[in-house]
Ligand binder design. Structure first.
Ligand code: SF4
Ligand code: SF4
Length: 461
C-alpha cells in the first residue's frame, strides 16, 4: 500500500465503520464489506483506483488525490502562539485538586519591570513574524491576587499595540474569588475570561473550597454574572470528578439558562494524593464521554459550545496544549517555559520545558537547543502512533498523560478521548443519532477502545 495511506484510520461504530483521514479532512461511514473493498481499491490504485463500478470508488479517489494538510508544527525562529504571564503563583483558594502548585508557591509577585519587558520582547517577535495580534494569557496560582501586575501588563501591551498598530488580546484563567470591582475590571479590559465553576454549590464547594473550608461558589457565580454582562467572553472551565459526572447535563442546562457565556470547557479531575485525601476521584472515562456528548447536545440549543481540549480539530496539529507551539509562559522569577506547571512537575516526568530567561538587566536569553528538543518531544509519542486521534489529541498533556517512557497502552484519558472524538466525527457527518446508538451498546464502546491500532493498512477484515 502507498505509504501515504498510513494516515487513514478505521473506527468501528456498531456494525459499521468510520473511515477517517485527518490529514485530508475526510471522514465517511461504510459497512464491514466496504472496509475490505476500500483496501482493495486503494491497493489497486497507483493513483487511479480500478473498479469504477464500486460505490466506494469516489471515496477511494478522494483519499488518494485530496491534498494533505500539513500538521501545524513550529520551525525556525521562536514564534509563540501566545505570551503567558504568571503574575504570581499564590492563590486565595484551597482547591482540592490544584494542579498549579499554589500550595508550594513562594508568594512572590512578578516585578513591574519584568512584566513590561516580557510584553516588549513578545511584541518585537509578533512584529518580526509579521503578525498583528498581541495575544496575552494570564495564569496562576490565582492571577488576580496580583491584579497590579496584570494592570501593568495590560496597559503596557495596549500602549505597545497602539504604537505598532497591533491588536491587543487578553485572556485570563481565574477562580473568580474577588470583589465586584475586580470582575468589572476584567469585563472592561479582557477579551476572554476562563472562570472555574464546577457545577452546583455542593459540588463546587467540595472541589474548590477556600482556606478555612469556606465555600467559593457564591463569589464564582457573582463573578460569572458580572463577566456575562460585560463585553468580555465568558468561558466556564468545569472540572468533572465522580461527584458530578452523572450530573453534567443538569449542570450544562443550568449554566446555559442562568449565565451569559460562550463556552463550557469540561476537564476531568486528575488523581493526586491530595484528591484522594479529599475523597475525590476521576470519573469513569465512558461515563465522562457519554455525558460530555449529551451535554454538548443540550448546549447546542442555546448556541453555546461545549468543548474538550483533546477533541477532533479542523486543523491537524502535533499538540493539543501550549507545549510544542513555542508558547512563552513567563514566571515571576523570569523563567520562560512552554508549560504553566511548576518545574518540579515536569522534571518528575523526565521533561525540561524551560527554554529561556528574562534577565535582571531585562535581556531575554533563549536556548535554541531546548526549543528544538521541546518541538521534537511532542512528535515522539509511541502510544499515539496507531491512534486515530494522533493529529488532534496528539498525546494530551505531555506531563501528565504521555511523558517520555510512558506506557504504550491506552489509559482512561485515551479511552474518554477516543470515544468523544468518535462521537464528534459522527456529529460532523450529521449522523447525530449514531452516538446515541453507540452509547446503548457498551460492547461497541469497548470495541473502539480495544483497538491497539486504528490504521486501515493493518486493519483485520
Ligand atoms: S493514544 Fe491516547 S494520548 Fe495518544 S492520541 Fe490517542 S487518545 Fe491521545
Ligand atoms: S503539558 Fe499538560 S499542564 Fe503543561 S500546558 Fe500542556 S496540558 Fe497543560
Amino acid at each position: 500500500m502507498n505509504p501515504d495511506f498510513s494516515d487513514i484510520f478505521i473506527i468501528p461504530v456498531n456494525s459499521n465503520y468510520l473511515v477517517y483521514a485527518p490529514l485530508k479532512g475526510i471522514s465517511a461511514l461504510i459497512n464491514r464489506r466496504g472496509v475490505s473493498e476500500l483496501k482493495k481499491l486503494l491497493h489497486s490504485a497507483s493513483g487511479n483506483p480500478e473498479n469504477k463500478e464500486s460505490k466506494l470508488h469516489e471515496l477511494a479517489r478522494e483519499l488518494i488525490h485530496s491534498p494533505e494538510q500539513v500538521p501545524a508544527r513550529k520551525t525556525g525562529s521562536l514564534n509563540p502562539e501566545f505570551l503567558g504571564i504568571i503574575p504570581t503563583r499564590s492563590c486565595n483558594g484551597a482547591c482540592n485538586y490544584c494542579d498549579f502548585g499554589a500550595d508550594k508557591a513562594s508568594g512572590a509577585k512578578m516585578s513591574y519591570d519584568l512584566a513590561a519587558k516580557a510584553v516588549d520582547w513578545y511584541a518585537e517577535i509578533v512584529r518580526s513574524q509579521q503578525r498583528n495580534m498581541l495575544d496575552i494569557h494570564f495564569f496562576g496560582g490565582e492571577p488576580m491576587v496580583a491584579r497590579d501586575v496584570i494592570e501593568v501588563v495590560v496597559h503596557r501591551a495596549r500602549l505597545v499595540a497602539m504604537k505598532h498598530d497591533l491588536i491587543p488580546y487578553f485572556e485570563i484563567s481565574t477562580n473568580g474569588q474577588f470583589i465586584a470591582a475586580d470582575a468589572r475590571f476584567l469585563g472592561v479590559y479582557f477579551n476572554k475570561v476562563v472562570l472555574s465553576l464546577d457545577g452546583f454549590q455542593e459540588i463546587h464547594d467540595k472541589h474548590r473550597p477556600l482556606k478555612g473550608n469556606r465555600g467559593s461558589y457564591e463569589n464564582a457565580v457573582e463573578t460569572a454574572k458580572i463577566i456575562g454582562s460585560s463585553n468580555a467572553e465568558l468561558c466556564i472551565r468545569c472540572c468533572i470528578s465522580r461527584l458530578n459526572v452523572l450530573r453534567m447535563e443538569e449542570i450544562t442546562a443550568w449554566f446555559c439558562k442562568n449565565l451569559r457565556l460562550s463556552t463550557i470547557n469540561f476537564e476531568v479531575l486528575c488523581a493526586t494524593s491530595q484528591t484522594k485525601a479529599a475523597g475525590l476521584f476521576p470519573p469513569d472515562p465512558v461515563d465522562f464521554a457519554v455525558h460530555f456528548h449529551r451535554s454538548r447536545k443540550i448546549a447546542l440549543d442555546y448556541g453555546i459550545e461545549v468543548v474538550y481540549a483533546s477533541d477532533i480539530t479542523d486543523r491537524p496539529g502535533v499538540s493539543s496544549c501550549p507545549v510544542g507551539k513555542d508558547t512563552a509562559i513567563v514566571s515571576p522569577d523570569g523563567r520562560i517555559s512552554n508549560c504553566y506547571l511548576l518545574p518540579e512537575r515536569w522534571k518528575n516526568a523526565g521533561l525540561d520545558l524551560d527554554f529561556g530567561q528574562v534577565g535582571k538587566n531585562g535581556r531575554v536569553q533563549l536556548e535554541e537547543t531546548k526549543i528544538s528538543a521541546i518541538r521534537g518531544m511532542v512528535e515522539n509519542k509511541p502510544r499515539c502512533a496507531g491512534c486515530f486521534c494522533q493529529w488532534s489529541c496528539s498525546g494530551g498533556c505531555h506531563v501528565g498523560i504521555t511523558p517520555p517512557g510512558c506506557s504504550v497502552n491506552y489509559d482512561d484519558f485515551c479511552r474518554q478521548t477516543r470515544l468523544i472524538s468518535a462521537f464528534t466525527l459522527l456529529v460532523n457527518l450529521e449522523l447525530d443519532g449514531l452516538p446515541d446508538g453507540l452509547m446503548q451498546s457498551p460492547e461497541s464502546l469497548v470495541k473502539i477502545n480495544s483497538q491497539a491500532s486504528d490504521r486501515l493498512e493493518t486493519y483485520p477484515v
